[in-house]
Design a protein around this ligand. Structure first.
Ligand SMILES: Nc1ncnc2c1ncn2[C@@H]1O[C@H](COP(=O)(O)OP(=O)(O)OP(=O)(O)O)[C@@H](O)[C@H]1O
Ligand SMILES: Cc1ncc(CO)c(N)n1
Length: 480
């Protein structure tokens, strides 16, 4: 299924939303955001904006068949995403085409009602849609659609939703993506559910009204990543991280006064730039860090155990101050999602402190080294500057450097390696994702400040990277 370097050719069979937030417009933007080549066969035209749908016009179903036939006569299709189908005639046209062409990836978003509450599927077409769903490799109902498909009341808890997903998976004998977007609370969980297993993919809720088209965008993005070779759960985790940022960035778009669209293009717009630039500017410093005897000895496993212990004893001191700094950053974060990220990071640092005390260090309490004290005062000064952007820049090397080292160490054999569990901590996918997210948040912050402040951000970042170098150079040499 992998398309190696060729972008997957992804076809959306869906309705048009002229306001650009949902329907084929959202599909094409999402497919492009995940680097696919997008195509669109239009089932229906809607007249709609961010407040709702005012009219629907469906061309004859034969004309949809003509569009689909023109495509498969000429183009190999790697994935299909199916959205608004509106009527039994249209559903039957799509079903006949799927039966003939059998595309390798078929994702069905069983669109019934828009975010605004307007019906997009005739009530009489619900059974036909359930029948069509048996031909899909993944079905992505929201909680209302799930309830219709299993003929039960709408789930109000996540556990009921997962159960209903399980029953639908059995009924259709296929995989279901159960979406928790419509639940209330701080979480926005999703799950990949088969007749035999449930894989939860957790997520934080973004506080925003701009949720128009999230379902369309999710299903076409996941079809694109599946056709690129990812498993359903991996594809979902990737798309959820992207969706959270697209929801957060939606406030800048100012499209309409109702439920506005998400920002599909947020990654193209700017994020990643400042932080990547700051990293590249520190390239030679990073090389010097990797060449330190302590760092190379950690990788090969040849490092002296006492030196590692002395480093950890200082790292505990460092992490204690660092966790306080992260809590202060969370306090000054610009929105609840960003705050949740820094709080989670603060908790992870505290967990690491507890783990080090319990498993490695015991009660011994060594004096903080000069480098530890100075590095922490640098971080505190960045917080006290009152600039969120500068404080984030100062803590960022802790993410980018350790993620980079972790990735380098992935290739190292873990057989009899004395520091294997420590190397694993930073090389695992979750930490790499966290570091990438921290970089994105720093870049977003960089976009909101002036040039002078951006220069101060870069200075704070470089100073921290320099302290990282000193920390690896000096702490192992502390007197025992
Ligand atoms: N406020 C939110 N914060 C974070 N994620 C969200 C939020 N709202 C929806 N999502 C995510 O967006 C995706 C779509 O979910 P949702 O349940 O909203 O679908 P839908 O109702 O089909 O969407 P649509 O608005 O297009 O009808 C899911 O991955 C869901 O978890
Ligand atoms: C065309 C179209 N498809 C799907 C949805 C669901 O959000 C919508 N609002 N409009």
């Amino acid at each position: 299924m992998s398309t190696a370097n060729r972008p997957p050719r992804v076809l959306a069979i869906a309705g048009s939303d002229p306001s650009g937030g949902a329907g084929i417009q959202a599909d094409l933007k999402s497919i492009a955001a995940f680097q696919g080549y997008g195509m669109a066969a239009i089932t229906t035209l809607t007249a709609q904006n961010t407040h709702g749908v005012t009219a629907v016009h469906a061309p004859p179903a034969d004309f949809l068949t003509a569009q689909l036939t023109a495509l498969d006569a000429d183009i190999t299709i790697d994935a299909v995403k199916i959205g608004m189908l509106h009527s039994v005639d249209i559903i039957m046209a799509v079903e006949a085409w799927l039966a003939r062409v059998a595309p390798p990836v078929v994702v069905l978003d069983p669109v019934m009602v828009a975010t605004s509450g307007d019906r997009l599927l005739d009530a009489s077409a619900e059974d036909a849609l359930v029948h069509l769903a048996q031909r899909a490799h993944l079905v992505t109902p929201n909680l209302d659609e799930l309830a219709v498909m299993v003929r039960e009341p709408v789930a109000t808890t996540w556990s009921t939703a997962r159960e209903q997903g399980r029953r639908l998976a059995e009924l259709l004998d296929t995989t279901i993506l159960v979406k928790g977007g419509h639940l209330v609370g701080a979480a926005a969980p999703d799950a990949i559910v088969t007749p035999h297993a449930v894989i939860d993919v957790p997520g934080q809720r973004v506080t925003t009204r701009n949720t128009h088209g999230t379902g369309c965008s999710l299903s076409s993005a996941i079809a694109t990543l599946r056709a690129s070779g990812l498993s359903w759960p991996d594809a979902l985790a990737e798309v959820k991280a992207w969706m959270a940022d697209a929801l957060t960035a939606s406030s800048l778009l100012q499209v309409g006064s109702g439920h506005g669209p998400i920002d599909h293009a947020h990654r193209m717009r700017s994020t990643g730039e400042w932080a990547r630039g700051a990293w590249v500017d520190c390239a030679s410093l990073v090389t010097r860090i990797t060449e330190l005897p302590f760092v190379s000895g950690l990788g090969t496993g040849s490092l002296d155990g006492d030196a590692f212990r002395r480093y950890l004893a200082q790292d505990v001191h460092y992490l204690e101050g660092y966790a306080e700094v992260l809590a202060a950053i969370a306090e000054s974060a610009p929105d609840p999602t960003t705050r949740a990220f820094w709080l989670a990071s603060c908790e992870a640092a505290q967990a690491e402190i507890n783990r080090l005390h319990a498993q490695v260090l015991g009660d011994a309490d060594e004096t903080p080294a000069a480098v530890t004290v100075e590095y922490l005062s640098h971080l505190r000064r960045a917080v006290e500057s009152g600039s969120y952007a500068r404080a984030v820049s100062a803590v960022l090397p802790c993410y980018t450097l350790y993620s980079d080292l972790g990735v380098r160490w992935r290739a190292v054999s873990r057989d009899n390696h004395p520091y294997a569990s420590w190397l694993d901590l930073y090389g695992e996918a979750a930490f790499v994702r966290t570091a990438a997210q921290a970089e994105r948040l720093a870049s977003v912050a960089a976009d909101s400040v002036d040039r002078a402040e951006r220069l101060l951000m870069s200075a704070a970042y470089r100073t921290s990277m320099h302290f990282e170098w000193r920390f690896f150079a000096e702490t192992p040499l502390m007197p025992a």
